[in-house]
Design a protein around this ligand. Structure first.
Ligand code: ADP
Ligand code: MG
Length: 550
């Protein structure tokens, strides 16, 4: 009989359950788990901060379509990683956090980094449990992975006490727990699907909203066929972008406010009527809008606005139901509808409104001018990370996605700090692909030390920092006569130097004419790069009709 440690059992069970990537920071007591994970064939990525590690684990999970993991030390390590659990929960993304903890026989003795970790993680997780003995690992890992993954995805936590990591078990005593199969895909009630299609047919201004639940569900080919067949206008949410290509003629992205306000029926696909979608309420939505809702979570139906058709099921499966109905009774939205003309006119107006900024070749750089060159630099296969306030919001409108799951950003929780963790996860899970992280100067600061991680693994990541000297734009010089405003960050900073410090390359641009050559050089180099573009500190979005949370 061969005995093995809890660390070995944990590593083997993780691998069996589809965990191919483990992001973390090692230290007492989790070092053996990381070493055993590598032996089991799991790629271990050592990060510089547990927040970034937990952000990376959830981005990897979302991109790969199954839970990946994060490994952190006891006490403060778990506390730092809570940020990622909360963000994963809010985005409905899976992930597994494994926290080391002090030995069980010292519980309550004020042991080194002793903390109530299972309880602390519980409110930010679908599942939170302690592993009490090595023999329990197969059962608990299966539960954690399955619970995180099935239904509406979310975070899971497993607590690994020191005595369990080092404790031994006879291999023959371990239960043979099978690998969790891909989540079953449930269909919606067919009468609801028929009712939704009828409501779309009866609407004068029908609109489809494509959310990141559809990207997660891998429903892109079905949603694309549905849009092609019905010729319905569609709006992608920030991370729903690319499920149907942004450059599709039926995209209303360039006339978002108008389309939302005028729509009288909305087919809501894997998206919540939260702050990003203005709660589905006036003044941003028509007060009489019929919501036709597809969601995997039954308790999401009618949240904030009553759903006229409730389709509870998996996005991909439900879209197949729609396609079957359409095969039997083909239908297209009127090609000459006034709604289409209004959208087209508004898109043209909005483009004209920003054209002067796009074309401003002299003086300090504004956002739209910077994005003109960034757009040209991007290739459709790049994975784009957007983070910051204006940088993210304007970037979302300016940088197109043609593939699903090629945009990651601050998401439902509006989290600053996700940037480089997400970028690293996107890069390691997509070998050969370029990742481009476009971040504000404040946003970059939350995870900037991960540049060392990027350089250590030599990842093809280009970070572009759009610097306006602060949170929402600071001053061009530090005031000497009074305190610096709270939103202010250092003028004259050289963020590109952070990447250079670790062997990557950096470029510094203060004028429009310098941006393209810098981006071209970064593309030619192909390695870790940071292009730092200083902006007019007063640069802003085009005037908005509505405040962001109205
Ligand atoms: P967005 O940010 O794109 O608006 P949200 O995060 O608000 O998206 O909403 C995503 C929704 O997608 C959640 O309500 C979630 O329950 C749902 N969802 C997750 N997985 C699936 C799936 N496989 N099929 C359908 N809906 C899903
Ligand atoms: Mg800023």
């Amino acid at each position: 009989m061969a005995s093995i440690t809890g660390a070995t059992v944990m590593a083997r069970e993780l691998k069996k359950q589809g965990v191919d990537y483990l992001f973390g920071i090692v230290g007492f007591p989790v070092v053996p788990i990381a070493i055993e994970a590598q032996k089991a064939g799991i790629t271990y990525i050592g990060m510089r901060n547990e927040q970034s590690a937990s952000y990376a684990a959830q981005a990897a999970s979302y991109l790969l379509g199954r839970p990946q993991a994060c490994l952190v030390v006891s006490g403060p390590g778990v506390i730092h990683a809570l940020a990622g659990l909360a963000n994963a929960q809010q985005n409905c993304w899976p992930m597994l956090l494994i926290g080391g903890s002090s030995a069980q026989q010292r519980d309550g003795m004020m042991d080194f980094q002793e903390e109530h970790q299972v309880e602390l993680c519980r409110p930010y997780c679908k599942y939170s449990a302690r592993v009490e003995a090595p023999a329990r690992i197969p059962f608990l890992v299966e539960q954690a992975i399955r619970t995180s993954w099935y239904g509406r995805p979310g975070a899971a936590y497993l607590d690994m006490p020191d005595d369990v990591i080092l404790g031994r078990v006879e291999e023959e005593e371990l239960a043979a727990v099978p690998a969790v199969a891909d989540p079953p895909r449930s269909l919606a009630d067919p009468t609801s699907v028929a009712a939704a299609l009828d409501a779309l047919k009866g609407a004068s201004n029908p609109l489809v909203i494509v959310g990141k639940g559809m990207a997660w569900s891998r429903a892109e080919s079905e949603v694309r066929r549905f849009i092609e067949h019905t010729q319905l206008p569609f709006l992608a949410t920030p991370m729903g972008k690319g499920v149907v290509p942004d450059d599709h003629p039926l995209s209303v992205g360039g006339a978002r406010s108008l389309a939302l306000q005028q729509a009288d029926a909305v087919l809501l696909l894997g998206a919540r009527l939260n702050w990003i979608l203005h709660y589905g309420l006036p003044p941003r939505f028509n007060p009489d809008v019929k919501v036709l809702q597809v969601d995997i979570a039954a308790d999401q139906i009618s949240h904030n606005v009553h759903s006229h058709a409730a389709m509870v099921g998996d996005g991909k499966a439900v879209m197949q139901q729609f396609l079957q109905l359409l095969d039997q009774q083909p239908w297209q939205y009127a090609p000459d509808a006034a709604f289409r003309t209004a959208i087209a006119e508004k898109i043209a107006q909005n483009e004209a409104a920003v054209a002067p900024q796009v074309n401003q070749d002299e003086g300090p750089v504004n956002y739209y001018r910077a994005f003109r060159d960034i757009k040209e630099f991007l290739s459709p296969d790049d994975i784009i990370i957007g983070e910051g306030a204006n940088t993210m919001d304007i970037g979302r409108t300016q940088m197109a996605n043609v593939h699903p799951r090629h945009r990651l950003d601050a998401g439902s929780y509006g989290t600053m700090g996700i940037g480089l963790g997400f970028a690293i996860a996107a890069s390691v899970t997509n070998p050969g692909k370029r990742v481009v992280a476009v971040q504000g100067d404040s946003a970059f600061g939350f995870s900037g030390m991960e540049c060392e991680t990027i350089c250590r693994y030599n990842l093809p990541i280009t970070v572009i920092v759009l610097n306006n000297n602060g949170i929402g734009g600071g001053l061009s010089a530090m005031p000497t006569d009074r305190q610096a405003p709270p939103n202010m960050l250092l003028p004259g900073a050289h963020y590109e130097g952070v990447m250079e410090a670790f062997g990557g390359k950096g470029w510094y641009c203060t004028e429009p004419s310098q941006i393209k050559p810098a981006l071209d050089a970064a593309a030619a180099w192909g390695g870790p790069a940071l292009v730092h573009i200083t902006l007019d500190t007063k640069a802003n979005r085009k005037p908005q009709e509505f405040a962001w949370k109205s």
